[in-house]
Ligand binder design. Sequence first.
Ligand code: BES
Ligand code: ZN
Ligand code: ZN
Length: 526
Amino acid sequence: MGLPAALQSRSGAGGDVVNTTADDFDPIPSTRHRIPVTVGSLKQAEQEADALAVPVASGTEPPDELGTDAAGLASAGFSGMRGQTLVQTRSGGPVRVAVGTGVPDQVDVTLVRDLAAEFARAVPWHKRLAIEVPSRTTGISAGDFAQAVTEGVLLARWRYFVGQGADTPQLESLLVVASDEHAAEVAAGVERGRIIAEACSLGRDLANCPATTLSAVRMAEVAVEVGARTGLQVEVFDKDQLIEMGCGGLLGVNRGSVEPPRMVRLRYEPAEPTGRIAFVGKGIMYDSGGISLKPSDESHAQMKNDMTGAAAVLASMTALQALGCTTAVTGYLMCTDNMPSGSAMKLGDVLRMRNGTTVEVLNTDAEGRLVMADALALATEEPVDAIIDIATLTGACLRTFGVEIAGVMGNNSAVVEQLRSAGDLVDEPVWELPLHRSYRTQLDSPIADLTNMGGINAGSITAGLFLEEFVDSKPWAHVDIAGTAQLPAPRTWRNKGASGFGTKLLIEFARAFAVPAEDSRQVVPR
Ligand code: BES
Ligand code: ZN
Ligand code: ZN
């Protein structure tokens, strides 16, 4: 009798079976079942749902189906203020939940997504939810409203749980209530919302999966599996191939690990591309720091999420075909553990990266930039209009921006601006740091082209300057998600724990991408 399938899949390059633990969880549980989201009438909601959300703007009479008027709501302390929810108990039909949308002309997708999530959280035990799209929406189309409520409800109800009862669904169905007049537009919005929420759930599953289960080998297998059903070409590169290709950064970091490395290249090729971009994701499946070992504190315990960049690249790319994205996208997942061992990198070792640059390793915990360097160099070897890398790169970024905002820096103002605007729309905000050349000397090495270690200050910027050495002056931006990759508490549609931040950002960036003009090269101070 052979090994169970899941354990067989642990076979690394050359057939070495590694890490056969009994604790073998499905790394992507939320992709195994699809929550049905449909569009229907109020009557259908009355019959099928067990909770119905009714949006109420402040200072307005609520629709009849709420079963009370503005005075009744006011007596319960509900004024329609944005984000307010009021659960109306009743004996027949679905429980009604008034959700406040605030001042009507200030409604935007971020608010609607948040409201839908608040509704889903206000009735945690109800599993068949319905939510109304108001017949008249101000400032936002019925389709965008429907997309936002679908994202909000599905993401608020997502969870990563491998304990007993894990198979019981958190949500059985979502019905989006719309008038006949808007039904087609609402159905299209629901479909967009479902595709994006499912991609985001995949990103979260991957980022939350324990590192021993989700090895680099397993990550590549997941990419092959999900790529096959979402219209992507997937190539997996093993250790021998990486040696052949001269990917000294990924190989150097992998030296301390018993798990083999993997590089995955994903391709999405629409029929007539309107632009070409590359995404590069940091896939450190577990970051112990290597011989520059991290202290045993809370942040060390979070380091299974050090592959959130790679998760976001893979997850975002699963949505491109379904959304009809016209930008061609190549994605690189740079996957390995960073572990200390007798074979690990030593301080002072020199690595030769894919583009020939040599790097003196002065801290093995600054491993992210080493694995990213090879992929950035590879990305420049093909025609590309912009390169975006995304990585849990520096603790300094967490200190600077906290857990709500990611850092961005780059050599092209148009690309940075497109990322900022995508982040605003999907509520994964990014904010720019200066890629100031005067700090570049901190990376000088007496024996190699570069060191991997800047000074103690401006750590996010020196990490960005390191990466810039590998982009061959192509339009490029780097997103540092070290802060946003982990949340201490749930908030609206966001989950506690590994957040998978970046999936929605990259989807929207690719969807809206416009080739930067020649003169958008950033004038960066020297
Ligand atoms: N994965 C970490 C960055 C990180 C820290 C992410 C905290 C999330 C929370 C990265 O590999 C790292 O350790 N960076 C070092 C770089 C330093 C040694 C130059 C850091 O930020 O301390
Ligand atoms: Zn590190
Ligand atoms: Zn790391």
